[in-house]
Write a protein that binds this ligand. Structure first.
Ligand code: PEP
Ligand code: MG
Length: 573
């Protein structure tokens, strides 16, 4: 037996950060490497005629179109739509025609196709709106055809007949659109953190997932692994013990659907809201029973744009979300550009430290006007819908900023202004801050990154970047206490949580025990959070929260809390 084969037989445990619960066993499939661009204008290989090269190109495009069509026919929902659009792009005659023209002048099929697709993508991007979004499809097709010409695996989520454990460095948003939970058993990445796109999508699809498992780069296709999304461990060549754990998970009690009524065992109400990023999302959240929207990320209207969307476009986009929730509460977060959400017309990309730079509410000082125009659009959309619209600003750091934002809301005619608490200074001065507005919502993703001084996008810091860190929990308590004291006259200011922490059912119990009034999450987390909240009284939640606050580490906090919530295991959470 060769040395590498012996190595492959060894049982080995890799650690990472568990970001979505569940325990499964399956064979690994690695995400193929991205397709490297060919050299500009590379010539056709010696001994190959122009006719042969053109034929090779034609065959490759046909093969890619056929594969995509077949995958589209087996897929459903978003995945089917993305695959169909990409298949159409692959059979686009004008793309093939321009590439063939370049081949006729002696350019290799790879370089010709690369260049031709580039030109199409640039034209589409210049058209803006829907057409600009199609530019991504063209670039995806380009990579697929070039991979076919090279005889290497197509980029994107691999296809297989048997469900598999997907390994990747990290997943791009475009990849996740074609992630089929019927095919993928679990996700393991060597990079990414608890708030990375991979983590968010895994939780939303209910797939066990581990991120920042740096040493899993050693895994190869076909390795059989046990993925423990609860403890953040990947075991290669698992044995009996792991098989029993996976079986227990497979026979978990199915979670009841969320009945639209978040409450504790003693009847204490904890409204469960949803985070949404578009009108479509809002409709799905309402169908999933969300009691309102706790975070409308308005960037959806701005991302990928090189100029600010106009007033009417913004009004229509916000109104679509409001209308999905009738007379219920919708919390709109004003534009949060910068750092992990850069916008070409607002973000200075030369900042050395974007997360500590001009982002969120701060953009209004560097580029005045955009926020005021957005507030006017929110106000008009609110006016023409029945929703109870609350408006909050991201990245508020001082009471003066909170007061100024409240004044801007009043000027726009918006009646319920609030702030996000994402910066430690805001948590520490929560009483003064919330005194200026009507409510606060804690963005635990950013509050964690700033409390721990750990970039939320860096896999290497994932252990620090964990909302279970007791220091973060203390700041959450400070915020809830500040909100409770802000009214002074007995009208406390409500404090909610809308970061990813709210989607973790065990952490949700802690948040409620710390004094958080409402929780807002991805709609797919609603059944799990609701089911676990129903198993504790307010007294239990307070006692459990104290255990977490007193823990010396994130892992200890999590372990102590989980030990108090046996239903987590029953439901496989
Ligand atoms: C947060 O920071 O927790 C949050 C909800 O905002 P975002 O993730 O959009 O920065
Ligand atoms: Mg944030």
């Amino acid at each position: 037996m060769s040395e590498s084969a012996q190595h492959d037989d060894a049982v080995r445990t890799f650690s990472g950060v568990g970001v979505s619960a569940g325990r499964v066993i399956g064979a690994v499939k690695r995400m193929p490497d991205p397709v490297a661009p060919p050299a500009d204008g590379a010539p056709i290989a010696d001994g190959v005629s122009i006719e042969e090269e053109s034929e090779r190109l034609k065959q490759a495009t046909q093969a890619v179109a056929a594969t995509l069509k077949e995958r589209a026919s087996k897929a459903t929902g978003d995945a089917a739509a993305v695959l169909k659009a990409t298949a159409l792009m692959a059979s686009d005659r004008s793309l093939l025609k321009s590439a063939t023209k370049l081949v006729a002048s002696g350019t290799s099929a790879e370089s010709a196709l690369w260049e031709a697709a580039d030109a199409v993508a640039t034209q589409l991007a210049a058209l803006g709106g829907y057409m600009a979004e199609r530019a991504t499809d063209v670039l995806d097709v380009r990579s697929r055809i070039v991979a076919e010409l090279r005889g290497v695996p197509a980029p994107g989520i691999p296809d297989a007949d048997e469900p598999f454990v997907l390994w990747a460095v990290d997943l791009a948003p475009a990849d996740t659109a074609t992630l089929d939970p019927a095919k993928v058993l679990a996700l393991v990445t060597s990079d990414g953190g608890p708030q990375s796109h991979t983590a968010i999508i895994a939780r939303s699809l209910g797939l066990p997932a581990i991120v920042a498992a740096t040493e899993t780069t050693a895994l190869v296709d076909g390795d059989v692994v046990f993925v423990d999304g609860i403890n953040g461990e990947v075991v290669r060549n698992p044995g009996e013990a792991e098989a029993l754990l996976a079986e227990a998970y497979a026979s978990r009690v199915e979670l009841p659907a969320f009945d639209g009524d978040g409450r504790l065992a003693d009847g204490h109400l904890v409204p469960l809201l949803s985070n949404v990023g578009s009108g479509e999302d809002a409709v799905a959240a309402a169908e999933a029973g969300a009691q309102g929207v706790g975070l409308l990320r308005t960037e959806f209207c701005f991302l990928g744009r090189d100029k600010e969307p106009g007033h009417d476009e913004q009004v229509a986009a916000y109104k679509a979300v409001f209308d999905a929730f009738g007379g219920r509460k919708v919390v709109v977060r004003t534009l949060d550009a910068g750092a992990d959400k850069p916008l070409p017309f607002l973000t200075d990309d030369s900042e050395p430290n974007p997360a500590l730079g001009v982002r969120g509410y701060r953009c209004d000082t560097a580029t005045p006007g955009v926020l005021g125009r957005q507030l006017a659009a929110i106000a008009e959309a609110a006016e023409s819908s029945e929703a109870d619209v609350w408006t909050m600003a991201p990245m508020i750091s001082t009471p003066a900023e909170a007061a100024r934002f409240a004044a801007m809301c009043a000027e726009a005619g918006l009646k319920t202004p609030g702030v996000m608490v994402e910066v430690p200074s805001a948590a520490v001065l929560a009483r003064q801050l919330t005194a200026e507005v009507d409510f606060a919502s804690i963005g635990t993703n950013d509050l964690t990154q700033y409390t721990m001084a750990a970039d939320r996008q860096l896999g290497a810091l994932a252990e620090l970047n964990d909302p279970w860190q007791p220091a973060v929990l203390h700041l959450i308590k400070a915020t809830a206490d500040g909100g409770a004291a802000a009214g002074g006259d007995g009208s406390p200011k409500p404090v909610g949580v809308c970061g990813e922490a709210a989607a973790d059912p065990a952490l949700a119990v802690v948040l409620v025990g710390l004094g958080v009034a409402t929780l807002s999450m991805n709609r797919r987390a609603l059944p799990a959070v609701a089911a676990i909240l129903k198993t504790v009284s307010m007294d239990d939640a307070r006692r459990i929260a104290t255990l977490a606050l007193e823990a010396g580490s994130a892992a200890e906090a999590k372990a102590h809390v989980r030990a108090e919530l046996p239903d987590l295991d029953r439901f496989g959470l």
